[in-house]
Design a protein around this ligand. Structure first.
Ligand SMILES: Nc1nc2c(ncn2[C@@H]2O[C@H](COP(=O)(O)OP(=O)(O)O)[C@@H](O)[C@H]2O)c(=O)[nH]1
Ligand SMILES: [Mg+2]
Length: 216
C-alpha cells in the first residue's frame, strides 16, 4: 500500500516536472537543481558560478525550510532571486516549482534552483531540471558516495567543495572518487574552493556546454 502511494506521488511529480521542462525549454531556460547537505556550500558555489556567467541571464529559486537569507545575499549581488520556504518539507517538489516558474518573468539563460539542504530526499524528486549538481563538501567525509548513493547516481555533475579543508579533515580523494565513479561513470567531478573561486572555471565551461547542447 505504502509502495503504491509512493509510486503515484512520484508519477504525478514527474508529470508536473515534464510540464516545467516544456515551459522552460520554450523560454530558452536551462535549469539546474543544486542539491547537497545543509552547509555543504551550495550558495557559496552558486555565487562563484554566477560570477563566471556574466551576461548569461541568470535567475535563481532558493529553497529553504525557513528564512530568506540566501535570497537576500543573491539580490544584494544584483541577481534575480525568488525564495520558497517549505515550512518543514525536506525537499522541493515539482508542483511548487511550477507555481513559482509561472509567476516569474522568464528570460533565456540559466535558472539555478537551490534545493533544501538534504542529501537524501531531493534526489528522488525531478523538478524540471536539465541536470542535478550535487554539492558535497570535503568536511562531510570521503565516504558519502557509499552512504548516500542515490544523490551521486543522479548527479549530472559533482562539486567537491571546501577542498581547501581537505588536509585538515583527512579527506581521502581517491576513496571518494572511486565511490563516485562506481555509481556514476560519466558525471564530471569538479574540485573547488568557494572561498577563493579556485576550480570554478571548468564548472562554468561545463554549464556553457550544457546550454549549447540544449539549444541544438
Ligand atoms: N573553507 C571553505 N568554506 C566554505 C567553502 N564553501 C562554503 N564554505 C563555508 O561553508 C558555510 C556554508 O556555506 P553555504 O554556501 O551557506 O552552504 P549551503 O547551506 O549548502 O548553501 C559558510 O560558512 C561558507 O563560507 C569552501 O569551499 N571552503
Ligand atoms: Mg544555501
Amino acid at each position: 500500500m505504502e509502495i503504491e502511494v509512493k509510486q503515484s506521488v512520484f508519477a504525478e511529480n514527474e508529470r508536473v516536472a515534464a510540464e516545467i521542462k516544456r515551459i522552460l525549454a520554450a523560454a530558452g531556460v536551462v535549469a539546474l537543481n543544486l542539491m547537497g547537505a545543509p552547509g555543504a556550500g551550495k550558495t557559496s558555489a552558486l555565487i562563484q558560478i554566477i560570477h563566471r556567467l556574466p551576461d548569461c541571464g541568470v535567475q535563481v529559486i532558493e529553497g529553504d525550510i525557513a528564512s530568506e537569507l540566501d535570497t537576500l545575499k543573491l539580490r544584494a549581488m544584483g541577481v534575480r532571486a525568488v525564495q520558497i520556504n517549505t515550512g518543514g518539507a525536506c525537499h522541493l517538489e515539482a508542483s511548487v516549482i511550477l507555481r513559482t516558474v509561472r509567476e516569474m518573468t522568464l528570460e533565456p539563460g540559466y535558472l539555478f534552483i537551490e534545493n533544501i539542504g538534504n542529501l537524501v530526499c531531493p534526489a528522488e524528486f525531478e523538478i524540471g531540471e536539465q541536470a542535478k549538481i550535487l554539492v558535497c563538501a570535503a568536511t562531510e567525509g570521503s565516504d558519502k558516495p557509499y552512504k548516500y548513493p542515490l544523490a551521486f547516481e543522479k548527479a549530472g555533475a559533482v562539486l567537491l567543495t571546501k577542498c581547501d579543508l581537505k588536509e585538515f579533515v583527512g579527506f581521502d580523494t581517491d576513496f571518494f572518487r572511486a565511490g563516485v565513479r562506481a555509481l556514476n561513470p560519466r558525471a564530471p567531478l569538479f574540485e573547488v574552493n568557494a572561498r577563493t573561486g579556485e576550480g570554478f572555471g571548468p564548472v562554468a565551461a561545463w554549464l556553457k556546454e550544457l546550454a549549447a547542447e540544449s539549444t541544438d
